[in-house]
Design a protein around this ligand. Sequence first.
Ligand code: AVJ
Length: 323
Amino acid sequence: MFSGVRLARYAGSGSSGERLAFLRDTLAGLSASPKAFLPKYFYDGAGSALFEAICVTPEYYPTRTEAALLADIAPTLAASIPDGAVLLELGSGASEKTRMLLDAAPWISAYVPVDISADALDGAVRRLREAYPSLAVHPVVADFTQAIDVPKALAGRPVVAFFPGSTIGNFTHDEAAALLRFVRERLGPSAHFIVGADQVKDVNVLLAAYDDAGGVTAAFNRNVLVRIDRELGADFVPEAFEHRAIWNAERERIEMHLVSREAQEVTLAGQRFAFAAGESIHTENSHKFTPELFARLAEAGGWRIEREWISPAPAFGVFMLRA
Ligand code: AVJ
């Protein structure tokens, strides 16, 4: 089995294909109008660590709310996890919530964490192997929208996919339905899929969660500029951009932006990009759901909802889907 360290060398952001895709997407985003980046590029090592820091701010309720809900329902979830199942997690990051399932269903035979950040996977895998010595852990460094593969060594075992954290909120409704369908097609007709989806709620609660007083979310947002400078050789001055979180009521989503404090120019790969004062780069969407909306997307993706749980306020949903 590959160690996390070797995987990092194979397929981490250090590989030239990854760097090229990052450059291509960043150039396209800066050429677009309005300017926009893809949220998956937040997650270099520093960005993954900043996200973990966001999760423990007082304002960012999703992580602790979902964790409390999962702790409550873990026995029920476990009851539907087949003996010897492979647990496949999309965007596993630090794999903290995973432990709740592993503890409740010790008959899970293998764990396949899929994450775009080799650094985040490395640490998570090291800690999990120590805590669960009899669990087979097969980390995969990948963009889960492009590739979801159960390692060949585990073929034939029942698969339970796990997609917590409302990461699905990063996608538009059409993209989310397509992703749900992609997972359904990759995992086959016997698959189970446990998805966490944050719910529409009081706008002030939402805005605070994406603009914490300690400035951790602002640092997370600006870190993508730091990363573009370091990995792609651009000359962004991160502090010349202001972090902004807004609620888009029509689309029911929080948007994060980086707003240019003044007119300025930035150079990337020999191309110059002009910013007007107040012009923004749209860096992330975080869609919020109702049970009805989530059900519609799940059905569009070929799933049916076997059970759903919504926490007391601040409302967060966990959905158990069957193919
Ligand atoms: C990891 C995508 C679920 O959208 O809430 C946290 C990322 N962005 N604060 C989210 C995030 C700003 C987070 N997801």
